[in-house]
Design a protein around this ligand. Structure first.
Ligand code: XIL
Length: 383
């Protein structure tokens, strides 16, 4: 039975627990912080892109962040044809296998990126032994073998695939990639048919692209998806990359874009979210083929890695607006994945301006959380 003295002690202890729970600054409370995945539980999965170093080392600080905050993961490069299978018969499977094991051990949904993309694909894929372009049938066979390989080696663990990436231009025309030139305008359709036949039954097959708010591209994506559905071509989801800037696209544009895409009836995956804090200079795109710009003091204002607090809050505000919008559409959104874990891993340090130090993600380069992280978590917790 509690006497008055021990009751007082218990109350004091309880008060201390409450006070310490309200203090967000100590390392212990940071470790116990509600993760992004908990803040958005029941709404959509929250993912991040990992690299070979992260999946090879359970104690890497960034790997620990993934375990704490994310319940979906994508490899940034390891499954791309160029990395995965750089030459005929040569495969680089360490990082892919580490990724499959890591996601399996930690109950994280694994996403395969990407089966067929015009970029980061070696030349040999499109050529025969004499260096001549393949026939349509020969290229389709090569694509089928790649899908079969993925199914054989990773079919148990990877059940969501970006099947085709970036095959539609800003103006809505088919990208004239070697896939398109050799196979023809039904390249995307053929890719989905192959993926459907070769990947395990029930796999989610995504068409993924950037610049989805561009009227030409979104019109073609919607037309294509509706056509595929009408003719029974198997496609399961639309991937909206989400490589956005501080002011582009506007929330209103993203809002109407998500509504238009969701009206196809397919679920949406936000596959590659990052906010280019420093801006895109004179172009707005995520086209990896564009010529890179040069870093200057104007476009590279924080080269030493010190991101000022007011900038961090501005970034957090932009992310908060975007996540409020995602929550509005949560019934149509299955997943939101960040393209990277910390700023150090971001591709935006090298694109579209070479050698710039950019600050697009929710964790600083040293793996410490930004103010923006808590702002995004708070948006989730308020719903
Ligand atoms: C990027 C990687 O993050 C970089 O490491 C690589 O050098 C280039 O590709 N759209 C995509 C991703 O679909 O595959 C790209 O990833 C970023 C743009």
């Amino acid at each position: 039975m509690l006497n008055r003295f021990s009751l007082n002690l218990s109350l004091t202890a309880a008060a201390l627990v409450i006070i310490s729970a309200c203090t967000t600054t100590t390392q212990a409370t940071l470790d116990k912080q509600v993760g992004l995945k908990e803040a958005y539980a029941g709404k959509f999965l929250i993912g991040a892109t990992m690299n070979g170093t992260m999946v090879a080392n359970n104690n890497d600080p960034k790997t620990k962040i993934v375990k704490q905050h994310f319940n979906a993961a994508t490899m940034d490069n390891a499954f791309k044809w160029e990395r995965f299978n750089p030459e005929p018969g040569i495969y680089s499977l360490d990082a892919p296998h580490n990724f499959a094991k890591f996601t399996n051990d930690n109950n994280i949904t694994a996403i395969g990126h990407v089966l067929f993309w015009h970029s980061q694909t070696p030349d040999w894929v499109f050529k025969d032994a004499q260096g001549n372009l393949l026939s349509r049938d020969a290229l389709l066979q090569r694509m089928r073998e790649r899908a079969q390989f993925m199914a054989r080696h990773f079919g148990d663990q990877i059940k969501i695939w970006d099947v085709v990436n970036e095959a539609i231009e800003d103006d809505g025309s088919w990208r004239k990639s070697l896939y398109n030139q050799i196979i023809g305008d039904d390249f995307i359709e053929q890719a989905f048919i192959i993926a459907n036949e070769e990947l395990p039954a029930g796999s989610t097959k995504i068409y993924n692209d950037y610049g989805m708010t561009r009227p030409g591209r979104v019109a073609t994506v919607i037309k294509m998806v509706n056509d595929f559905k009408a003719r029974g071509v198997p496609i399961d989801a639309i991937g909206v990359q989400g490589h956005w800037s501080m002011d582009e696209p506007t929330i209103a544009d993203i809002d109407s874009n998500l509504s238009a895409l969701a009206a196809t009836g397919l679920p949406l995956h936000v596959t590659e979210l990052d906010i280019d804090y420093l801006g895109r200079e004179h172009f707005f795109s995520a086209n990896v083929d564009l010529k890179k710009l040069v870093a200057t003091p104007e476009n590279n204002p924080y080269p030493d890695g010190n991101f000022p607090t007011d900038a961090d809050i501005k970034l957090g505000k932009r992310y908060a607006d975007i996540f409020n919008l995602f929550l509005k559409h949560h019934q149509n959104i299955d997943r939101v994945t960040f393209w990277g874990v910390t700023d150090a891993d971001s591709w935006l340090n090298g694109w579209p301006v070479a050698g710039r130090t950019n600050y697009p993600l929710l964790f600083n380069s040293d793996a410490s959380p930004k103010a923006a992280l808590q702002m995004v978590i708070d948006v989730g917790l308020q719903h």
